[in-house]
Design a protein around this ligand. Structure first.
Ligand code: 5GP
Length: 220
């Protein structure tokens, strides 16, 4: 049995990455890909379930696990700690199942250094203005200071060039097509990709999205 692939999905808040991911996971069907639940010290929010949204840990417990080498990667984001359990990722992959983790850019950099076969996918906004608008939209969560979120978003976009692929979330269904193509081309479904999906995945290569990333950086 071959080892399962490791997919890392990152993107700034306000880019709609959860919606794109959910759309694609629903299309692929249950069981195609395992989402490994990561851990955090941040407080639970309405709608969060411990063990599903995150493993919610105290700071002491998180730090104890850092010292014990429990995390594949961990990072501080918005003053809270977040980390990926190494064991869950390794065991799932060893069982031949594909793993997807949704983490920030600092975490993706660490995964790249530790697991060179990981497939790093960045979900980018169409424009920086669109990202700002989404963060400001009525109903957008106002948990953190907006300025801080914008600054973090700009930092994340600045790191996108280190990813393997860039999906642009302008039209949801198109972004979902791109992400689905990338996952299928890298083996995340029992059936192989169609020729269209192979072409779509190639179009998402970071080398072919440089001009979009440059355009975004100009908008920061
Ligand atoms: P939120 O608090 O809004 O759920 O997540 C904040 C950020 O932390 C998001 O960018 C999310 O992708 C990232 N994140 C979630 N889990 C992890 C993790 O295990 N490691 C790292 N490095 N980032 C994570």
């Amino acid at each position: 049995m071959s080892i399962g692939s490791l997919f890392v999905v990152s993107g700034p808040s306000g880019v709609g990455k959860d919606t794109v991911l959910q759309r694609v996971l629903a299309r692929l069907g249950r069981g195609a890909l395992m989402r490994v639940t990561t851990a955090t010290t941040r407080p639970m929010r309405p709608g969060d379930t411990d063990g599903v949204s995150y493993h919610f840990l105290s700071r002491d417990e998180f730090e104890r696990r850092v010292a014990a080498g429990w995390f594949l990667e961990w990072a501080s984001f918005g003053g809270e700690l977040y980390g990926t359990p190494a064991g869950a990722v390794a065991e799932t992959r060893a069982a031949g199942r594909h793993v997807l983790i949704q983490i920030d850019v600092q975490g993706a950099d660490q995964v790249r250094a530790l697991a060179s076969d990981a497939v790093l996918i960045f979900i980018a906004p169409p424009t920086m203005a669109a990202m700002r608008e989404r963060l400001l939209a009525p109903g957008a969560d106002a948990r953190n200071d907006l300025e801080q979120r914008l600054r973090r978003g700009a930092e994340e976009v600045a790191g996108a060039g280190r990813f393997d692929f860039v999906v642009i979330n302008d039209v949801l269904e198109e972004a979902a097509d791109e992400l689905e193509a990338l996952l299928i081309v890298h083996g995340a479904a029992p059936v192989g990709p169609t020729p269209d999906q192979v072409e779509l995945a190639e179009r998402c290569a970071v080398s072919r999205r440089r001009s979009h990333l440059d355009f975004l950086l100009e908008g920061i």
